[in-house]
Design a protein around this ligand. Structure first.
Ligand SMILES: [Zn+2]
Ligand SMILES: [Zn+2]
Length: 250
């Protein structure tokens, strides 16, 4: 069950009040979640499985970015997303996932495709057991891990960066390279984020953060992952590369 956009927005406000340093990021995320909410609702109401239906939202997204986003994102839209064809080409390229997109292109595509992918994924049964390191529904990479207590199997789940599906994944197994040696998979924590940790791999030098729901039952991983960006900076200073960026490209 995916958290509603409403609950993501209120979680972002709650985390912003606790972490002054992450306020700008959380505010921008809230704007994006507010933007995604009616897109998800519209698909939910009317159905539809065609990502071309998302082209009509580009101009509103570009306005949002010019108001509250970075100059880099605004410039990218001004240079590359001025026609319906360029917008559609980007959506299709991102949805098919065949070519690597530059970060600004991925940002626009993901903001729009995420509610669409969440809607499509929410309609059917997805076989999440026995899944590998990529999403069993849309094949995107995970953006975070989620830890649950013994009552829920005491397992780690991975959270899809696109459709927000969660699937079980062994705790001691690197989703980047398959390393299983515990000594090569260090875990780092910081006292200011008691419910988050960095799961790193010394073999492929990637990391993902996990959100531990046994330590904070109110956490919403997609939002808490953004609020703990200080851990990204720490991990990257220690030469680890994030396995997959979040919606904000971090
Ligand atoms: Zn997915
Ligand atoms: Zn690895």
């Amino acid at each position: 069950m995916r958290p509603s956009h409403e609950s993501r927005i209120s979680r972002a406000a709650c985390l912003a009040s606790q972490n002054p340093a992450s306020v700008p990021l959380l505010n921008f995320y809230s704007e994006l979640a507010r933007f995604q909410q009616p897109i998800f609702a519209e698909f939910n109401l009317k159905g539809g499985t065609d990502p071309r239906g998302l082209v009509c939202y580009f101009s509103a997204l570009m306005k949002l970015v010019s108001r509250t986003g970075t100059e880099l994102l605004a410039d990218f839209a001004a240079d590359h997303l001025q026609t319906a064809k360029s917008q559609l080409d980007l959506l299709v390229a991102a949805w098919e996932g065949k070519e690597a997109l530059e970060p600004a292109a991925r940002f626009y595509a993901r903001v729009l495709l995420q509610p669409y992918a969440e809607y499509i994924a929410s309609r059917g049964d997805i076989h999440t057991s026995g899944a590998g390191p990529s999403c069993p529904f849309c094949n995107a990479r995970p953006v975070a891990g989620v830890l649950r207590g013994e009552g829920d199997g005491g397992k780690r789940w991975l959270l899809c960066s696109l459709c927000s599906t969660e699937w079980q994944y062994r705790r001691v197994l690197c989703p980047g390279c398959g390393e299983e040696n515990k000594d090569k998979l260090p875990i780092f924590t910081a006292s200011e984020f008691p419910a988050a940790r960095v799961d790193a791999c010394d073999t492929c030098k990637t990391y993902l953060k996990s959100i531990d729901l046994t330590k904070d039952g109110h956490a919403i991983p997609i939002v808490d992952e953004i609020a703990t960006v200080a851990l990204n900076i720490w991990a990257e200073e220690h030469d680890y590369v994030k396995l997959e960026t979040n919606l904000l490209g971090m």
